[in-house]
Design a protein around this ligand. Structure first.
Ligand code: ZN
Length: 251
């Protein structure tokens, strides 16, 4: 089975459309959450997400934008965007977001795999550097964990008490690229597809990945998208300008 894994779309319609347009052959789509927040197309992106696949993990922005939790833990810019999102969401989309399930979520037939937003141990925890990954790698109940939340594409592995950081190596910034990493059955992994709508690893292209369960490999993908279009919507919605400028830097 080929599972397309997307995360952290953050109301970026142009980013999502580019991913779906250039997506490789796949059987099912899994969404690791933060469908909304930051960007200016919350309803369009939620409408799309509702049709894409059965597995959608809730993210912290999905909770904040739908009123499941407050915005106390958010910085002022994220908080402003969450309040704006909550105001413009249709009642149907608000309800859909509010009832998303907390990870880890599972897929029938894939006994070694789980899907989370933050960490397998805490849905809101950030696994950014290898130090953050050690406890979740050791304590996760499944061999493979797909996670989002940090907007940084890559993976952490644990094998024979050795932990390792794995990052896709790309050559370009302005065209679609992919980078395949074969997985070892003897290792445990935390794997992040990156962010569709607000990459923070210095590469402004939308990030996502394809997990091939038979080949037992993950293919990281980056796709250029209409950044100016997404920025224009943010400006037109009078959201903080920083939310537009950061898209061009991938930060
Ligand atoms: Zn996010």
């Amino acid at each position: 089975m080929r599972i397309l894994i997307i995360s952290d779309i953050h109301s970026n319609l142009e980013g999502l459309e580019a991913c779906l347009e250039h997506t490789p052959q796949h059987d099912v789509i899994v969404n690791l959450g933060d469908v909304v927040g930051y960007g200016a197309s919350p309803n369009e992106v939620t409408d799309h997400s509702r049709k894409l696949g059965p597995i959608v993990v809730r993210g912290n922005h999905d909770k904040a934008c739908s009123g499941v939790m407050g915005i106390d833990s958010f910085n002022p810019i994220a908080g402003l965007a969450a309040l704006w999102t909550k105001q413009v969401l249709t009642p149907e989309n608000l309800t859909w977001l509010a009832t998303l399930k907390q990870g880890p979520l599972f897929m029938d037939g894939l006994d070694d795999v789980q899907f989370v937003h933050g960490s397998p141990l805490d849905e809101d925890e950030y696994v950014i550097v290898i130090r953050d990954a050690i406890a979740p790698l050791m304590r996760a109940e499944r061999t493979l964990t797909f996670f989002g939340h940090t907007h940084i594409q890559g993976a952490f592995s644990l094998e024979n008490e050795a932990v390792e950081t794995l990052r896709p190596m790309y050559r370009f910034r302005d065209k679609m690229e992919s980078y395949e990493i074969p997985l070892r059955k003897t290792a445990r992994y935390l794997i992040n597809p990156g962010s569709v709508g607000q990459p923070r690893d210095g590469d402004p292209r939308a990030g996502f990945l394809l997990f091939n369960t038979e080949a037992y490999s993950v293919t990281f993908l980056r796709v250029p998208y209409n950044i100016a279009g997404a920025q224009g919507r943010i400006t037109a919605a009078k959201l903080p300008e920083r939310l537009a400028t950061r898209l061009a830097d991938g930060r």
